[in-house]
Design a protein around this ligand. Structure first.
Ligand code: PEP
Length: 246
């Protein structure tokens, strides 16, 4: 919307295999992906098997360290080396399962930016916060932690994904109006720090997006595409969602 190039990113989570990687590579390579950016985020071991000039590659997480004695961690520079341009940071599953705090997420965004990776920063409230009507404050605090750490000028190099936790993997998609309300809030909130960057910032919606509901969600003025979980594992569905974003 408003001159921003749409972006659709597929988050495979801990799913898929080399066979799916190869099938997705061919399907996307053969598709018409003009007028939008498409990002595939498979698990780390499959990243290097992709090779494309038509879509981009993203990781699902990174270390906030640059290198060194951090067994099991993956550094931003390594992701660059295997062809990543993007990295998901602060997904709610990591905030929950790995207890990633707003501060750690901010460090990871800084590490991504330091290696010239585009962070896809995930924010979004759990159900009790939504029920209490406190989602805008909650999301603002998640954003503020990052802006405080990396500085407002960096906002022009980022993508935000609004993913209400109650909508992720539940089939309980936010309505287009619920998504638009929070997206508009995010843009308004960030424009206080950097008006120009906020106007150009791509804000993706995530949470049970499928080929049927994508058109209406993406038609909202402040919804600039989607972060797709389950439906990104099925190539026909993922391609249909990509077309819906144009
Ligand atoms: C996600 O994991 O970012 C997500 C939005 O998942 P799903 O589309 O399956 O709800």
């Amino acid at each position: 919307a408003a001159g921003r190039r749409p972006l659709v990113a597929g988050n495979w989570k801990m799913n898929g295999d080399l066979k799916l990687a190869s099938a997705m590579q061919s399907a996307l390579q053969d598709a018409d992906l003009t007028d939008l950016d498409v990002v595939v985020c498979p698990p780390f071991p499959f990243l290097a098997s992709f090779d494309s000039d038509k879509f981009a590659l993203g990781a699902q997480d990174l270390s906030h360290f640059e290198s060194g004695a951090h067994t099991g961690e993956v550094a931003a520079g390594m992701l660059r080396e295997v062809g990543c341009q993007y990295v998901i940071v602060g997904h709610s599953e990591r905030r929950t399962d790995q207890q990633e705090s707003n501060e750690l997420v901010a460090e990871k965004v800084a590490a991504a930016l330091g290696a010239e990776l585009t962070p896809i920063l995930c924010v979004g409230e759990p159900l009790p916060v939504r029920e209490a009507g406190d989602e805008l404050h909650y999301v603002s605090a998640q954003l503020d932690a990052v802006v405080t750490r990396v500085g407002a000028p960096q906002l022009s190099k980022m993508v935000i994904a609004y993913e209400p936790i109650w909508a992720i993997g539940t089939g309980n998609t936010a309505t287009p109006e619920q998504a638009q309300d929070v997206h508009a809030h995010i843009r308004r909130h960030l424009s206080k720090a950097n008006a120009e960057a906020a106007a150009g910032l791509r804000i993706l919606y995530g949470g049970s997006v499928n080929a049927d509901n994508a058109v209406q969600l993406f038609a909202q003025p402040d919804v600039d595409g989607g972060l797709i979980g389950g439906a990104s594992l099925k190539k026909d569905d993922f391609l249909a969602i990509c077309q819906a974003a144009k």
